[in-house]
Write a protein that binds this ligand. Structure first.
Ligand code: JFB
Length: 226
């Protein structure tokens, strides 16, 4: 998979070089390239924003640098992902869809966002998705893009060592995960639940399923549809 990221703050993506994605890059599973939107500006001030038509607070990113940059990046099989507080909610199922794409381009806006015509223009010839990380306000698309990229890349076949480790995770089954324990058996007066030491695999499976259901109904009843 190829991932291109466009931002006026390319250094936000320095962590992608490390650990999780570093491994995927070394194994040639993903190739990530970060592009500075200001590199395609044509004026001395390298400006990327202007005042909003219709008035209102803040500034809007102008379409010209986005057009110049995206014309050079978008191909026939490219998806344009635009992080936006007004987008569809990101989810594990969307991460699975992204992980099957050959080429993802993340357009990270700042200020009040990107002139809508950019999404409309590329939407005429490409798959364009405006996607929100969640119902809270960020200052730009960078942090959202990092989260979406990490969730996506770890689903690419061959990325994680053990494919079985994916299916028991929170948000894969639709339930939250059961609690985990390791050594020592006793820590500060707190004991590991006896069933996990029993060697009874059927009893352990039932206990974990019960813990998953209890935890989901207590902290995330919305996932159960209640
Ligand atoms: C994403 C962004 C802004 C308009 C603009 C670009 N869950 C999320 N919250 N906020 C964002 C997001 C996602 N994904 C987000 C891109 C941009 C926020 N801003 C700032 C804030 C409020 N309204 C600019």
């Amino acid at each position: 998979m190829k991932i291109d990221i466009v931002s006026i703050f390319p250094s936000y993506f320095d962590p992608l070089e490390l650990s999780l994605l570093g491994k995927a890059a070394q194994n040639k599973i993903v190739d990530v390239e970060v592009h500075d939107l200001r590199s395609v500006t044509t004026d001395v001030h390298k400006s990327v924003d202007d005042t909003p038509y219709g008035g209102g607070a803040g500034m809007v990113m102008t379409p010209e640098p986005w057009g110049a940059m995206l014309d050079s990046l978008m191909g026939d099989d490219s998806w344009l992902i635009v992080p936006s507080p007004a987008g569809v909610r990101f989810s594990q199922s969307l991460a699975h869809e992204f992980s099957a794409a050959a080429h993802l381009v993340f357009a990270c806006g700042r200020y009040e966002g990107i002139d809508q015509r950019v999404m409309d223009h590329y939407g005429e010839r490409h798959r364009v998705l405006e996607v929100s990380l969640g119902d809270y306000v960020l200052n730009g698309g960078e942090v959202a893009a990092l989260a979406m990229i990490e969730a996506t890349v770890r689903l690419i076949p061959g990325f994680m060592g053990n494919p079985e480790s994916l299916v028991e995770e929170s948000h894969e089954s639709g339930l939250l995960e059961y609690p985990s324990y390791t050594k020592p058996r006793s820590w500060r007066g707190l004991e590991v639940p006896e069933v996990l030491l029993s060697g009874n695999h059927e009893a352990i499976r039932r206990w974990r399923e019960d813990q998953s259901r209890e935890r989901t109904s207590r902290v995330r009843p919305d996932l159960l549809g209640d």
